[in-house]
Write a new protein. Sequence first.
Length: 116
Amino acid sequence: MRLLLNSLTSNAIFVCGNKKEYLKKRKEAFEALVKIIFLVFNFDKMNIPAFIELIIGTKEREGEAFLGYKNNLKIKEYLTKQFSKIFKNLVKRGKLRKQRGFYLIKDMRWFNEILK
């Protein structure tokens, strides 16, 4: 599952297939990562820089030993850009709310879908 999430959320080039379905699954993967990080680390609020650090991992468990993201500047910039868009969209859709630079879960039904 973590490799699938990584492959859908990494910077990639779409080659062939159903692009609409690919983009739908890609969006779902980004949103699943948001839910997973909130759930696993039991946070009630999160900002983008802290979120990126959590999905990168630690020196003891990062890259392929964790979620597959390497700890380098280009990857962090890419992830920051992508998750900034995702968090903004989740606020717009009423799933999260933003308060003083932090994002909080607003729709617990949406959040709890990850447990099904």
